[in-house]
Design a protein around this ligand. Structure first.
Ligand code: UD1
Length: 427
């Protein structure tokens, strides 16, 4: 298995191009199931999860054509054609590797009248139930059955009908499934306490380009007027705010100066405020956001919560950066119950972190030391890369497949701004 080897201690400086957003891509790809005409997505990141989703779509009988692939480029387009749907089953072998597979449930039941999707089960960061996805589809008239590790959703003979969905807690995935299904449900659907993550607005823009009628985009109340059919469209995937935020932390932890090309400040307000709180200078420029170290890192307090608050997907990277701040930081994770898997690994590199329930107390240390490390999820793995960039000596990050799920051209992008980083086989 591959590993990433980093010899730390170099200041990063230069431009980092921000790729298309993984989490937007994973909800835009299943939109193709909503129409019998082709959907073209541009600026798709080249990531293992995007490839995996493409395979799932093929499994459902959707043809996928890739164009515009240029080596070393972050531009790629995929055309998905679900002229006919060949299968309505998302099998265990695919779903277990990619939880986002659950996002085919809503579109399939809306268009084909039924869907059978393997239950995703838990993952390293927690239990991760799908009850809210199922309740939302029930509110649109679907009948749900659970059997033999699969969930089966069936629409009534006349298809789904509009409904009133009130989410008791904010869920990105459940909002996405509900929205996609509602576009083909008869009549009006109201979704209350909808997630407001920028990826949901990107999904709405794509659905509108496909002929959907949605009001309240970007708010917690979405109103959808269902259509009898949607049509083909072309949509550009939004920039990845979490990738951009991760590289901002790379600037912070190495005392560097990076221009995050293509990053959009509107999508990242809480992240940018937190970077400023940590003592970094953040400026919006014409072609992106510049993040520059401006003296020592300052300790801070942060708590994760749904958008527009600070995202859980940035918690591990900030923690890595704050291990070198001058003082004690307090981080609280409110979204997932088990999202501190990086703590023992950071500790092996010399970090001083104590976890009490959902809160982590990070006492800044003078230096980190390189070590062999591994993590159990994507963002935790990135926190170890960040620590490695600042650590003295060599860090080897194992289980690179986590990073390949979410960071396109990671070593290339970091080497280009001065990091000493390479991928090696074995280990
Ligand atoms: C998405 C993102 C993930 C991010 C998360 C929170 C994708 C592919 N993944 O995940 O990177 O960390 O949003 O911003 O976009 N919950 C339930 N029942 C449900 C669904 C969720 O109780 O049916 C709970 C979850 O356990 C969690 C909370 O709701 O505690 C938020 O999860 P959710 O927003 O649904 O996360 P995902 O959509 O899975």
């Amino acid at each position: 298995m591959d590993r990433i080897i980093i010899r730390g201690g170099r200041r990063l400086e230069g431009r980092v191009p921000v790729s298309g957003a993984k989490n937007a891509a994973l909800t835009l790809l299943p939109c193709a199931l909503l129409t019998d005409q082709p959907l073209t997505l541009t600026n798709l990141p080249r990531l293992a999860d995007v490839e995996g989703f493409g395979h799932l779509m093929n499994e459902l009988g959707v043809s996928t054509t890739i164009a515009g692939l240029r080596s070393g480029s972050n531009l790629r387009a995929m055309t998905l054609d679900a002229n006919t749907i060949g299968s309505t089953t998302a099998p265990y072998e695919i779903v277990r590797r990619m939880r986002a597979s659950i996002l085919v449930l809503g579109p399939l039941v809306a268009r084909a009248g039924e869907a059978t999707v393997s239950l995703p089960g838990g993952c390293a960061i927690g239990n991760r139930p799908i009850d809210l996805h199922l309740k939302a589809l029930e509110a649109l008239g679907a009948e749900i059955e659970l059997a033999a590790g699969y969930v089966r959703a069936k629409a009534p003979s006349g298809g789904l009908t509009g409904g009133h969905i009130i989410f008791p807690i904010v869920s990105v995935g459940a909002t996405e499934n509900a929205l996609m299904a509602a576009t083909l449900a008869r009549g009006e659907t109201v979704i209350e306490n909808a997630a407001r993550e920028p990826e949901i607005a990107d999904l709405c823009r794509c659905l509108v380009a496909m002929g959907a009628e949605i009001e309240g985009i970007g708010t917690e109340r979405l109103v959808v007027q269902g259509k009898s059919a949607l049509h083909g469209a072309e949509h550009r995937v939004m920039p990845d705010r979490i990738e951009a935020g991760s590289y901002a932390c790379a600037a912070g932890i190495t005392g560097g100066d990076l221009l995050l090309e293509g990053a959009r400040a509107d999508d990242m307000h809480a992240i940018l405020v937190s970077l400023t709180d940590a003592g970094l200078s953040v400026t919006e420029e014409a072609d992106g956001i510049r993040v520059k170290a401006d003296g020592p890192l300052r300790p801070m307090t942060l708590s994760t919560a749904p958008f527009p608050a600070f995202p859980t997907d940035m918690q591990a990277q900030f923690m890595a950066m704050l291990t070198l701040a001058q003082g004690t930081s307090v981080l609280t994770e409110t979204i997932f119950e088990n999202r501190y898997m990086h703590v023992p690994e950071l500790a092996r590199m010399g970090a001083d972190i104590q976890v009490h329930g959902r809160t982590a107390i990070v006492k800044g240390v003078d230096r980190l030391l390189g070590a062999p490390v591994m993590a159990t999820d994507l963002r935790a793995s990135m926190s170890l890369v960040l620590a490695g960039l600042a650590a003295e000596g060599e860090t080897q990050v194992h289980r690179v497949y986590h990073l390949d799920r979410g960071y396109e051209l990671l070593e290339d992008k970091l080497s280009a701004v001065g990091a000493d980083i390479e991928r090696a086989g074995g280990g």
